[in-house]
Design a protein around this ligand. Structure first.
Ligand code: BG6
Ligand code: MG
Length: 222
């Protein structure tokens, strides 16, 4: 692993790292899977980090339904999921920032680290606005510009570029297995937040967001 002193920037996932929206994604996808008659154990974990259309394809495939819908019908299903998801995030406020994350972001700002967002979600700007972090995340990779979603490294490479840094100067933070794979492939230091079983490929693991501090990261890199 690189030396902690080489690190100049942090590239964040949003859902499940900064705020607990992954449970809303899980709920909205679960509603759609039920409607389609698809039984998908651990659906919530499987869709973490996965783009909207890729997640829909995963669900259809699980049910053997991948050839049953036209492109237009798939768009309609994805829109239906998103409409339900948007309802679920309507009432989000700064109280929905995960424990320790507001303090960690302040710590990064106070120490002049670069901060960028690498979220697959097209709803990310809306959520940042609702939780009061729009001014902290001014550098956001637009997922609409990506050729490949996570686990491809592209989104984390672009996050480093937004910070004018090399990937080796960045730490990526993720709650999704696909996201950790993407960070590692981008050649950034990977921090996995959540189940170590799920995130065993991460360079550094923390069980909870409140464990994520500069001191703990520095200690883990020594
Ligand atoms: C990721 C979530 O951040 O965004 C995924 O972890 C979700 O579960 C993806 O599918 C895309 O989100 P959206 O809001 O563009 O449908
Ligand atoms: Mg996530």
């Amino acid at each position: 692993m690189v030396n902690f002193d080489a690190i100049k920037g942090f590239v964040f996932d949003l859902d499940g790292v900064v705020t607990d929206t992954s449970r809303y994604h899980a709920k909205a996808w679960g509603q759609l899977a039920d409607k389609l008659g698809v039984n998908y154990p651990n659906l919530g974990d499987a869709v973490k980090g996965i783009s909207r259309m890729d997640a829909l394809e995963m669900i259809l495939k699980k049910g053997g339904l991948e050839n049953n819908y036209s492109a237009a019908e798939k768009e309609k299903l994805a829109t239906e999921k998103n409409d339900n998801y948007v309802q679920l995030i309507q009432h989000m406020t700064p109280n929905d920032i995960l424990p320790g994350m507001a303090a960690f972001l302040k710590e990064l700002q106070a120490n002049d680290y670069g901060i960028a967002l690498a979220s697959a979600s097209k709803n990310a700007p809306t959520i940042l606005d609702k939780i009061g972090l729009k001014d902290v995340f001014t550098k956001i990779v637009d997922p609409a510009t990506l050729s490949h979603g996570k686990p491809d490294p592209e989104i984390f490479v672009k996050g480093a570029q937004l910070l004018d840094l090399k990937p080796e100067q960045c730490i990526g933070l993720e709650d999704a297995a696909a996201g950790i794979t993407a960070i590692n492939a981008a050649n950034e230091v990977s921090v996995g937040i959540g189940s170590k079983d799920l995130l065993h490929e991460a360079d550094i693991n923390f069980a909870d967001t409140e464990d994520v501090t500069l001191a703990n990261i520095k200690a883990a890199m020594q």
